[in-house]
Ligand binder design. Structure first.
Ligand code: ZN
Ligand code: FE
Length: 256
C-alpha cells in the first residue's frame, strides 16, 4: 500500500486545512472545508485535484467551502449522518463503526458527540492517521456546545483507545492557550512542563503544533487524564468519578 501524501495549512484565523492525497490514483480529500482560497492554493501548489471532502461536523468554520468546492471539482462529500441536514452538499452519510474506502485506504468512522451532537472523526488504521477536528485538540478538547461532559469523556475514551503512534490532526491551532491552561491543572507533570516549553518555542517561530499523537496526548493532555492521581490531588477531587473530574477540568477551561 502506498503511503498518502498530506498537506497542512492555515485557514481563516486559527483553523487548520488538511489535504490527503493518494499518488497512485490521484484521489485527494480535504478534511473539512473551512475556506475556499487556501484550499485552492494548497491544491495548486501540489498539483492535486480535489475528489472528496470529509466533513466532521456542521459548524460554519468546517463546512463554509463545501458547495464552492463541490461546484468546482464535483467532489464527493462524506459526513455525519446525525447532522446530515446541516451539512451543505452532503453526498454520503456515515456514522459510528462505518468503514469506507479512500483509494484503497480503509477509513473508519467514530461518532464523538460533545462539541456537536453528531460530530464524527475519521481514522485511517493502515496509515495510523486520525482526523479529530473539534473533538480532541493538542492539550485540549472541544467546547461542549451540544453535549454533556459525560458525552465528551466517552468520545475521548474512544480516541484514547487508538494506538499511541497514531498521528492526530485537529481543527484549530489553539495549542498555546491550551498549554498554559494545562499547567494550571497538572503542574507536576514533567512531560507536560517540557512539552509546554517546546510549544512556546515552536509557536514563537511560527510553526504549527499539528500533528500530535495519541501517546503524547495521553501523557500530557489533562482532558485525557481525569483518572490521574496528581491531577485529582491538585483539584482536591480524590474521591470523584472520572466524569466529575473531566467536567471540572472542562468548566475551568471555559472560564480560563
Ligand atoms: Zn466546531
Ligand atoms: Fe471549529
Amino acid at each position: 500500500m502506498a503511503t498518502l501524501d498530506l498537506d497542512l495549512f492555515q485557514c481563516r484565523t486559527d483553523n487548520f486545512g488538511v489535504l490527503i492525497h493518494d499518488p497512485a490514483s490521484g484521489a485527494t480529500a480535504s478534511i473539512d472545508a473551512p475556506e475556499e482560497a487556501p484550499i485552492l492554493d494548497a491544491l495548486a501548489r501540489r498539483g492535486w485535484t480535489l475528489t472528496h471532502i470529509f466533513t466532521t461536523h456542521h459548524h460554519q468554520d468546517h463546512v463554509a467551502a463545501n458547495l464552492a468546492l463541490k461546484d468546482r471539482f464535483g467532489a464527493t462529500i462524506i459526513g455525519p449522518v446525525h447532522e446530515a441536514d446541516k451539512i451543505p452538499g452532503l453526498d454520503r452519510k456515515v456514522g459510528d463503526g462505518d468503514q469506507f474506502d479512500f483509494a484503497g485506504h480503509p477509513v473508519n468512522v467514530f461518532e464523538t458527540p460533545g462539541h456537536t451532537a453528531g460530530h464524527i472523526c475519521f481514522f485511517l488504521p493502515q496509515d495510523k492517521l486520525l482526523f479529530a477536528a473539534d473533538t480532541l485538540f493538542a492539550l485540549g478538547c472541544g467546547r461542549l456546545f451540544e453535549g454533556t461532559p459525560a458525552d465528551m469523556w466517552a468520545s475521548l475514551r474512544k480516541l484514547m483507545s487508538l494506538p499511541d503512534d497514531t498521528a492526530v490532526y485537529f481543527g484549530h491551532e489553539y495549542t498555546l492557550t491550551n498549554a498554559r491552561f494545562s499547567l494550571t491543572i497538572d503542574p507536576a507533570n514533567a512531560a507536560l512542563v517540557q512539552r509546554v516549553a517546546d510549544i512556546e518555542a515552536l509557536r514563537a517561530s511560527g510553526g504549527f503544533t499539528a500533528p500530535t499523537t495519541i501517546g503524547v496526548e495521553r501523557q500530557t493532555n489533562p482532558f485525557l487524564r481525569p483518572h490521574d492521581a496528581g491531577i485529582r490531588a491538585h483539584l482536591g477531587m480524590q474521591a470523584a468519578t472520572d466524569d466529575e473530574v473531566f467536567a471540572e477540568i472542562r468548566k475551568r477551561k471555559d472560564h480560563f
